[in-house]
Design a protein around this ligand. Structure first.
Ligand SMILES: Nc1ncnc2c1ncn2[C@@H]1O[C@H](COP(=O)(O)OP(=O)(O)OP(=O)(O)O)[C@@H](O)[C@H]1O
Ligand SMILES: [Mg+2]
Length: 246
């Protein structure tokens, strides 16, 4: 798992003069020229980018937010784990192998890290702003359930009730293909064997609001595929009520 949120937090905080309510600085907000999706009271879309490590999630999530903004739709980028919070700090320590935790305890902390960001997600959606999230509950379940003795059903429990995305873009690569993009890294979970089990779990989670995308193409080719799906979702949210997991 890359440290994207942590990096973004420090970049953002350099220019964060608002000193406001503590929310700012935790995400990148891109304002479109006009808020096409929000102007008529329509809620924003909730779109999640998922996949094993190094499948291009962060690259594509950022490009999607830029694309939406450039095309008149307000969009924000969020990312899990959100390492800037207290809970996120513990998760960061665990992933960097600075501390050990029981498998169930860390699973629940990953989940709590999503729950603590729920008010912010809701705020944006209600304001007509599309939220693109780099990893969500599906990562939580797919990774935890790849550990011995952790069942998929038990892992799903703590995320039950979180908003169900309008769309999950599952970027699919074999672990060998992902490894061609550079070493997995030194964080916990970053081995080919573990990633293979995570991938199996993802495939068990596929649902009708998912798009399974072959991610074995160039950054620009993949972006073109994704943006066509995303713009359709954003423009067709209308008054559809957001569901809940699972
Ligand atoms: N379509 C692609 N083809 C080749 N290389 C890519 C592609 N997309 C991203 N990369 C490169 O692969 C690496 C991983 O990309 P990225 O950080 O977007 O993946 P990720 O899924 O967010 O990874 P992680 O799970 O570790 O957070 C980066 O070096 C990136 O430049
Ligand atoms: Mg990433």
């Amino acid at each position: 798992m890359g440290a994207d949120c942590l990096i973004r937090k420090s970049e953002e905080s350099k220019g964060n003069k608002s000193g406001g309510d503590g929310w700012r600085g935790q995400l990148i907000i891109k304002e479109g020229k006009s808020n096409k999706s929000g102007s008529d009271g329509q809620r924003g879309a909730l779109i999640v980018v998922e996949g094993c490590d190094r499948t291009g999630k962060s690259t594509q999530a950022k490009k999607l937010v830029d694309y939406l903004s450039e095309n008149g739709r307000q969009a924000v980028l969020m990312c899990f784990p959100e390492r800037s919070t207290q809970i996120g700090g513990i998760i960061n320590g665990y992933l960097s192998k600075d501390c050990n935790l029981d498998d169930r305890a860390i699973h629940l902390l990953f989940s709590a890290n999503r729950w603590e960001q729920l008010p912010l997600i809701q705020l944006h959606l209600q304001a007509g702003i599309t939220v693109i999230i780099d990893r969500y509950a599906f990562s939580g379940v797919a990774f935890s359930a790849a550990k011995p003795g952790m069942s998929l059903e038990w892992c799903k429990g703590s995320d039950s009730g979180l908003p169900r995305p309008d769309l999950v873009l599952f970027l699919d690569l074999t672990p060998a293909q992902a490894e061609e993009r550079g070493d997995y890294g030194t964080e916990r979970y970053e081995t080919r064997q573990f990633q293979a089990r995570v991938r199996e779990n993802y495939h068990k989670l596929v649902d009708d609001y998912w798009k399974v995308i072959d991610a074995n193409r160039s950054i620009d080719e993949l972006h073109e595929v994704l943006r066509a799906i995303v713009i359709k979702t954003v423009d067709n949210v209308e008054d559809k009520e957001l569901g809940t997991l699972w």
